[in-house]
Design a binder for this molecule. Structure first.
Ligand code: FAD
Length: 429
C-alpha cells in the first residue's frame, strides 16, 4: 500500500473554487446581522452557483442526487466550508439536514425518499433530528419518548408522546425525525424506532432555547428548541427503517457526520490561526513585535502542530470509512471527536489571548467562535463518552499478564535460556 497525501488535481480545482467562493461571497454576509429568512433569501442565488459548480449536496451518492465523493473528499470540502458558519447551508450540506437526507437515503422507502429526501436535497425543505432528552442524551438507552401503533401497519397511525431537548431547527423545519420507544420489551438497543413527523401535525409544542452562542435564538442558520409531542399522530408508513432499528441507524448517521463536524472545526481553527498570526506580526509591545515573544511563538508552533495532527487523524478516519466502512473506523471516529474539540478550543483561545481585549470584544469574530466551540465538547455525544469508547476498544487488545510482558528479570531469564549456547555466560552476568 502506498502512502499518498496528495489531493486529486480535479478535486483540488473544486476546492480552490469553493475556497474563493466562501471567502468572497459568504464571509461578507456574516457581518450583516441577517435573520433566518433574510439569510435564506440572500443564500438562494449563491446556492445556484454552487449547483452549477457540482458541489451541491455533495454528501450523497449520484443516484440519490449527490456527488458521490466519498468521505475523504467530503472531509476536504467541509474543511473549507467550516471556515464560515453560513457556508454549509449555501452548499446544501448543513447539519442536521445532511445527516437526515443520508438516513432517508439508507433506510427510507421509495415513497419517503420522494416525499422528504428529494425536497430536502433540493433545499426546499428543512428538517430536525429529535433524539436527546434532557439529562440522558449521553445514554440514549434511557430515552422515554414513546410511539404506539394504533390500527395496525396498514392504514394505522403512530401516536407519539414525549419531550425532546436541544433539537436543532425544530422550530424552523418542515419535519422531524423522532427517535421513540416502540418496543418497550425488547433489549435496550432494539426498543426504539425512527419516525418521520411533519411539523404541521397537531400536538407539537416548540420552546425556543437560548444557547451560549445564541442567547436570543436569532442566528441565521440554526435555532435550538425543547419540543413536546403530545398525542401527535402520523401515518404508520412514516416509520423510517425497521421497528427497533433506531440505534443502528443513528450510528450510521453519526459516524460520517462526525468527520464533517471535525473537518469543519479544522476550518474554524485555520481562520482563528490566521488571526493569531496576523496579530502577532502586526503589534509591537515591550520593544518588539508580539511575533518575537517566545510565548506567542509557542502558541503559533503548538497550534500549527495540533491542527495538522487533528486534520490527519480525521482524514485517516475518512479514508478508513471509504476503504472498509464506518464500523472499522469507530475508534478513529471517536478519537477525532474529543481530540478535535480540544484543538478547536485551544486555538481559538490563543487567538483571543493574542488580541487582548480586542479579541474579547464583539469587534472580532473570535468571541462568537469561542462560544460556539464550547458546544463541540457536548453535542454528538460528550467527549467523555467518546473517550470511554476509545479506551474500551483499545483495551480489548490486551490480556491480563503477570508478571508484565516487559518485566526485565523475566525477559532476561528467557533470553539466557534462548541464547545460552551462543553467549559466554560470564559476559552476560
Ligand atoms: C449545540 C447543540 C446542538 C444539539 N443538537 C441536537 C439535535 O439537533 N438533536 C438532538 O437530538 N440533540 C441535540 N443536541 C443534544 C446533544 O446530542 C446532547 O447534549 C449530548 O448527547 C449530551 O447529552 P446531554 O446534554 O443530555 O448530557 P447528559 O447525558 O446529561 O450528560 C452530562 C454530562 O455527564 C457526563 N457523562 C455522561 N456520560 C458519561 C460517561 N459515560 N462517562 C463520563 N462522563 C459522562 C459528561 O460530562 C456529560 O457532559 C445538541 C446539543 C448541543 C449542545
Amino acid at each position: 500500500m502506498a502512502w499518498d497525501f496528495a489531493t486529486d488535481p480535479g478535486f483540488e480545482e473544486k476546492l480552490t473554487w469553493a475556497r474563493e467562493f466562501v471567502r468572497d461571497e459568504i464571509y461578507p454576509l456574516e457581518v450583516l446581522d441577517l435573520d433566518h429568512e433574510g439569510f435564506r433569501r440572500v443564500a438562494a442565488p449563491l446556492q445556484e452557483q454552487v449547483k452549477a459548480n457540482g458541489l451541491w449536496a455533495a454528501h450523497l451518492d449520484p443516484e440519490l442526487g449527490g456527488q458521490g465523493y466519498g468521505q475523504l473528499k467530503l472531509g476536504l470540502l467541509h474543511e473549507v466550508l467550516g471556515t464560515s458558519e453560513l457556508a454549509p447551508f449555501v452548499f446544501g450540506c448543513q447539519a442536521p439536514d445532511s445527516g437526515n437526507a443520508e438516513l432517508i437515503a439508507v433506510a427510507g422507502t421509495p415513497a419517503q425518499r420522494e416525499r422528504w429526501m428529494r425536497p430536502l436535497l433540493d433545499g426546499e425543505l428543512l428538517s430536525a433530528f429529535a433524539m436527546t432528552e434532557q439529562g440522558t442524551g449521553s445514554d440514549p438507552r434511557q430515552l422515554t419518548t414513546s410511539a404506539r401503533l394504533e390500527g395496525g401497519e396498514e392504514g394505522g397511525e403512530w401516536v407519539i408522546e414525549g419531550r425532546k431537548w436541544c433539537v436543532g431547527n425544530a422550530g424552523r423545519s418542515d419535519f422531524h425525525i423522532v427517535m421513540a420507544v416502540t418496543d418497550p420489551d425488547a433489549d435496550p438497543y432494539h426498543r426504539m424506532s425512527m419516525i418521520i413527523v411533519p411539523t404541521t401535525a397537531p400536538g407539537i409544542e416548540v420552546r425556543e432555547l437560548g444557547l451560549m452562542n445564541d442567547p436570543n435564538h436569532d442566528m441565521p442558520v440554526w435555532s435550538h428548541a425543547e419540543v413536546g409531542y403530545h398525542d401527535v399522530r402520523v401515518p404508520a408508513e412514516n416509520l423510517l427503517g425497521g421497528r427497533g432499528e433506531a440505534f443502528t441507524l443513528a450510528q450510521k448517521r453519526l459516524g460520517p457526520g462526525r468527520i464533517h463536524h471535525c473537518m469543519r472545526w479544522i476550518g474554524v481553527c485555520r481562520r482563528a490561526f490566521d488571526m493569531l498570526c496576523e496579530r502577532a506580526v502586526s503589534v509591537d509591545v515591550h520593544g518588539g513585535p508580539l511575533a518575537d515573544k517566545q510565548t506567542v511563538q509557542n502558541w503559533v508552533a503548538d497550534s500549527a502542530a495540533a491542527i495538522e495532527a487533528a486534520r490527519l487523524l480525521t482524514l485517516k478516519a475518512a479514508w478508513t470509512i471509504d476503504q472498509v466502512g464506518a464500523s472499522a473506523a469507530r475508534t478513529e471516529i471517536a478519537m477525532i471527536k474529543y481530540y478535535g474539540a480540544a484543538v478547536l478550543h485551544d486555538v481559538i483561545d490563543r487567538a483571543i489571548q493574542v488580541h487582548g481585549s480586542l479579541g474579547f470584544s464583539t469587534d472580532m469574530p473570535l468571541e462568537q467562535m469561542y462560544r460556539w466551540a464550547r458546544a463541540a465538547r457536548i453535542y454528538d455525544g460528550p467527549d467523555e463518552v467518546h473517550r470511554v469508547t476509545v479506551a474500551r476498544r483499545l483495551l480489548r487488545n490486551y490480556r491480563p499478564t503477570l508478571p508484565p510482558t516487559e518485566h526485565i528479570p523475566t525477559r532476561r531469564a528467557a533470553a539466557l535460556e534462548t541464547f545460552r549456547e551462543r553467549f559466554d555466560a560470564q559476559a552476560v552476568q
